[in-house]
Design a protein around this ligand. Sequence first.
Ligand code: ATP
Ligand code: MG
Length: 573
Amino acid sequence: MDNEEKSLNFIEQIVEKDLAEGVNDGRIQTRFPPEPNGYLHIGHVKAICMDFGIAEKYHGVCNLRFDDTNPAKEDTEYVETIERDIAWLGFKWGKIFYASDYFQQLYDLAIRFIKAGKAYVDEQTAEQIAEQKGTPTEPGVASPFRDRPIEENLQLFEAMQRGEIEEGKMVLRAKIDMANPNMHFRDPIMYRIITSHPHHRTGRKWNVYPMYDFAHGQSDYFEGVTHSICTLEFEVHRPLYDYFIDQFSGPNFCGLSPYGPDYRPKQREFNRLNITYTVMSKRKMLQLVQEGLVAGWDDPRMPTVCGLRRRGYTPQAIRSFMDKIGYTKVEGMIDQGLLEHVIREDLKETAPRVCAIFDPVKLIITNYEGEGETLIAENIDGHEELGTREMKFGRELWIERGDFLEEADNKFYRLSPGGREVRLKSSYIIQATGCEKDTNGNITTVYATYDPNSKSGTEGGNRKTKATINWVECNSALDAEVRLYDRLFAVENPAAEEGDFRDLLNPESLIVKNIKIEGSLRSELHAPILKDGIEQENHYQLLKQGYFVVDPDTTADKLILNRTCSLKDNYLK
Ligand code: ATP
Ligand code: MG
């Protein structure tokens, strides 16, 4: 095995073997099948990277299929956001399909099953059916309706579809084997009645809806999917997936696929993504949104794609995270620190640096004469190729309160009266001379003198000081709101804890502050910019504070920045 081969994940190995053996005439077709009942989260992105990644790598196609078989929970709103999120991640689908496109074909197949004596209408309650299932070691009990005559099954199923039967009163079940060691074979439900909600695409046309197991494999088959890749919990469903397809392919082929009798989709499973300090269940996320515990699906603390985007994650960082964690057959939990590590590594290379003052106090340079001047600073120190920006400099500056001490010992290298030289970042060297206080003893103004021959970028700029501090010039400074986000939950695995997951929220997951930031941002685009046809956010490193992204709530009057992550990397490799 050469290196190239060794680095293939196990799905890629399967695909390469299939290609080598000419399975499905060398065709590669995958699909990403979200149910439009919520927003995509980072777990879905793992599946997206796999489904689209395989198609890209092996010159196949990946289609988008909305698995819309439960009108009670699904909505067009979700269809739109799912498309937008996938496009933002940089993936291109072949076609868009809906499971609801196949409702007629699936219904016809169900009729065919009934006529072949392979399905029956059961009038028992969901509880009764569950009770009869048995256990993996004990066979189940047959429903009293199991041997209903075919003609009666047909009439009842048609009555179900006409809306003549109340929701919950009847289901259509496959007649397979109540003693099969695989519980999914114990007469699984194929169809149920839903009359309480119209379908977001088919309206009131249907009163019966296919269950996942009856819809998914068949949809794959109708479309010509070759590799139906999903998560591990579906591994136990795979024999049933194959059973249904066996009924109308191979020797039973009846023309339902353009690819002929030998074509078969194959299901393959990989491990789900779980990340510490968050929840990945759509139901729990919906609850957080509906109860106002977060600001919406795109709240920057949410693990949703739109939340990560608003937090300042980039598509390339998210994709590189997926490459790092890989695909296996073993479930596990990924440290959120790794996700933070990849975005930090990404932004380190690309985010322009700017000065911001979080706890401002005024500094007056008493020997500075004149109107002020414009200094030039590199966007990223030492990277001339990444451009420069203009920084206004003048007599009055904002500095961090913590950078001045009226009385300091000799371990404090920043500003303090008594001759210490301190460099103002990308600017001049100053020395503090004193300060002014209000009646409560709080410092209101710091006074200093500067050395006009110490400007960075000139000969005098090479003079070393023990400390460099940040500053912004008062007249040109902008007021900005920063939203300091932290992990949403206070515990590593909220899903594993007893009690209500909402009690485990991190009370300090959002702190809002008003800050001063350098005026160079005034001319920057605050709205997302178009790069390669995709909207991208504006990211900055606020020096000494962390990486931030411009929030879409920003207006011409008010700049809002969200903290993506701090500068410190605690992720242990
Ligand atoms: P639910 O079934 O609760 O609606 P779901 O998370 O399974 O939620 P789907 O929309 O059915 O959502 O998922 C679409 C695809 O994404 C499926 O192939 C599924 O296996 C995959 N997927 C969902 N969650 C994860 C995850 N945490 N890690 C990897 N893949 C995931
Ligand atoms: Mg699902």
